[in-house]
Write a protein that binds this ligand. Structure first.
Ligand code: AMP
Ligand code: ZN
Ligand code: FE
Ligand code: FE
Length: 270
C-alpha cells in the first residue's frame, strides 16, 4: 500500500534525526513517499535526494514557513517548489536573520530572570534553523526548568514573559514567495489555530490547500477542514509533524497520505 508522510523535521531545524536517519526510518516503516518540511530552511535537500534515490523513496520538495497573521502565529507548508528558486532561498535567508535577532532578544529576557544562556551556547548547536525548542533544551540542561514543556509553559511559549515575536513575516509575502517558486502553499495544522475571526480572514488568502490530516488530532477534528478545502477547491494534505522520537513514528501514521493525494500535490518529484 502506498503511504507518504508530508510533514517531518530533521536536525536542520528542530528534529533529532539527520535526513539520512529519517529516510532510513521512512523506508523501514514502509513509506513510499516523503516530503521533509524543516522550519524555514531547505538545507536537508542538500543531502536527501541522493539518499531517497538509493532507498527508492519518492521525494517531494517541502518547507514549513513561520508567519505572523494579525499577531497570531501561522505555519505555512510549501510543497513541490523549485529548490533552486531565488525567491525561496531568499525567504529562508530572511528567516535566519529574523531568528538570530529574535533568539538574542529571548536570551536577554531569560537572563533578566536569572537564566543566562550565552549566544555562543545557542549557536554551538550548529543547526540551520535555531529557535525556541533549542533554547528550551538548554534551559533544561542548565537546570533552569525540569522539562521542555515547563520552559514553554512558564517562559518562552507564545505570550509568556520571555516570549519575543520577532520581526514576523507576513502570510501574503510567504504566499507570494511560494508561488514565485512554483510551489503550492498549505495551511499547516489548522487545528492549532484558535481565533475564529482571524481564521475566517486567513481563509480569504490564495492558499492551494490545507493540512487536514494531522497526527496529533483525532479524525473527527479533520472534517471541518476537509469541508473548507472542498468548498474552495483546495487540495488536502496530511503529515505526522514528526520531530524524532523513533518509537512513536508508526503511531503517527494515521496522517500519512495515499498515492492519489501525493501525486495531486507533487508534479515535480526530485
Ligand atoms: P519557534 O519556531 O522558534 O517559534 O518555535 C516553535 C516550535 O516550538 C514549534 O514548531 C514546536 O515544534 C515547538 N513548540 C511550540 N510550543 C511548544 C510547547 N508548548 N512545548 C514544546 N514544544 C513547543
Ligand atoms: Zn518544529
Ligand atoms: Fe508547525
Ligand atoms: Fe512542523
Amino acid at each position: 500500500m502506498f503511504r507518504a508522510d508530508l510533514h517531518c523535521h530533521t536536525v536542520f531545524s528542530d528534529g533529532t534525526l539527520t535526513p539520512q536517519q529519517l529516510l532510513h526510518l521512512a523506508k523501514e516503516v514502509g513509506l513510499s513517499g516523503i516530503s521533509i518540511t524543516d522550519h524555514d530552511t531547505i538545507e536537508a535537500y542538500s543531502q536527501a535526494p541522493a539518499i531517497a534515490k538509493k532507498l527508492g523513496i519518492l521525494l517531494g520538495s517541502g518547507v514549513e514557513f513561520s508567519c505572523i497573521f494579525q499577531k497570531m502565529s501561522v505555519h505555512i507548508l510549501a510543497y513541490d517548489f523549485d529548490l533552486n528558486s531565488p525567491a525561496i532561498t531568499n525567504l529562508c535567508a530572511q528567516h535566519q536573520q529574523r531568528r538570530t535577532c529574535r533568539n538574542k532578544a529571548i536570551l536577554e529576557r531569560l537572563s533578566r530572570l536569572g537564566m543566562s544562556i550565552s549566544e555562543e551556547e545557542l549557536f554551538s548547536i550548529g543547526e540551520k534553523t535555531v529557535g525556541r525548542p533549542h533554547i528550551a533544551k538548554l534551559m533544561v540542561e542548565k537546570g533552569y526548568v525540569d522539562s521542555i514543556k515547563e520552559a514553554f509553559n512558564r517562559y518562552i511559549g507564545d505570550g509568556k514573559p520571555c516570549y519575543e515575536p520577532g520581526e514576523g513575516i507576513s502570510v501574503q509575502q510567504t504566499l507570494d514567495v511560494i508561488h514565485q517558486g512554483k510551489g503550492k502553499a498549505f495551511i499547516a495544522h489548522p487545528h492549532l489555530l484558535d481565533h475564529s475571526r482571524k481564521i475566517k480572514e486567513l481563509l480569504k488568502y490564495p492558499f492551494d490547500g490545507i493540512e487536514c490530516h494531522y497526527a496529533k488530532f483525532p479524525p473527527e477534528q479533520e472534517r471541518r477542514w476537509i469541508q473548507i478545502a472542498k468548498e474552495r477547491g483546495w487540495l488536502v494534505s496530511g503529515g505526522s509533524d514528526f520531530h524524532g522520537s523513533v518509537k512513536e513514528y508508526i503511531q503517527l501514521g494515521c496522517s500519512w497520505v495515499d498515492e492519489e493525494t501525493f501525486y495531486k500535490i507533487f508534479q515535480h518529484l526530485i
